[in-house]
Design a protein around this ligand. Sequence first.
Ligand code: F6P
Length: 351
Amino acid sequence: MRVGVLTGGGDCPGLNAVIRAVTKSLINHGQCEVLGIADGFEGLMDASPRVRALSWDEVSGILHIGGTILGTSNSANPLRDAATLAQVGRNVKALALDVVVAIGGDGTMSLAHGLTQVGLQCVGVPKTIDNDIANCERSFGFDTAVATVTESLRRIESTAMSHHRVMIVETMGRHAGWLALESGIAGAADIILLPEIDYDLQSIIKVCQERERRQRYTIICIGEGAKESGQSLTVRERIAHSPDPVRLGGVGHVLRERLQPHLQSEVRTTVLGHVQRGGDPTPFDRVLATQFGHHAAQLVLGGQLGHMVTLQNGRIGSVAIADVANTQRTVPLDSPLLTMARDIGICFGEA
Ligand code: F6P
């Protein structure tokens, strides 16, 4: 078999661990040739496709390294027009690819699903620091990002205490609040604001004012997709033709401007940005990514094409890519984590 491997969408720690596990499992099987495709689906969109053979040696020594040796793209859209789609179809045929292992988020899974129309068969592997892929309770990369944000919150807290400030820390996560929620709890945030729960400014003012009298500092952890009730989402930029056309960011600054006039303490914002996606994967993510890569190879060898690897109820399995394309897994409002956090006094900005 000829098996392509690509990484699509925003990078995250653990991608190299998946590439390594897929490639080694397939090479070990003895009947497979593995081709690395450059920069996600972009590598299949050019007149001369950008691919290279992946050998055992090339994928050795990369388990612990962040990013992706294959490169990635979160703006390439092979479905953008008929000519591009036809080019991808010709490349798949010319390369004699039996299947492509597409390691990516919901955008990549939607593209993988759409490409079946030009005869491209995919096996999906879920990755994202946002942890928002449907039917998958934990994507690799998330644990590392939670560790990074948690560490940042602890560092922010010591300076907040010293200066008696209200510190707002904005996390990534798009329209899902998993990253803000878990790192906010782990990093002892006083207020956590999520995309799933519109916040009420007055309730945040109340908590900050109470803390001004007692602790004299407040830590607010806000997901980039959060919004105040009645206000629109804070969009950083829009990118035409991209599978993910809206880039979020900046809501922490918006909140600072709204909050400052009501408080005596100085309010400051830190946008953590891409530091959350960088760096070496945690041991948890290395193991999960290796399990995902190994399972993807089993799906390829077992002919279960059109499926994505999943983790459900603690077990590795798979679902049809069609069932996860164009869907997102957000924090359910009845999540036990929310209930627990409320019970220990964390404010979610509810009216
Ligand atoms: O999906 C991963 C992610 O890091 C989101 O949390 C964030 O909104 C987005 O990618 C940022 O993308 P970019 O690197 O294109 O700014």
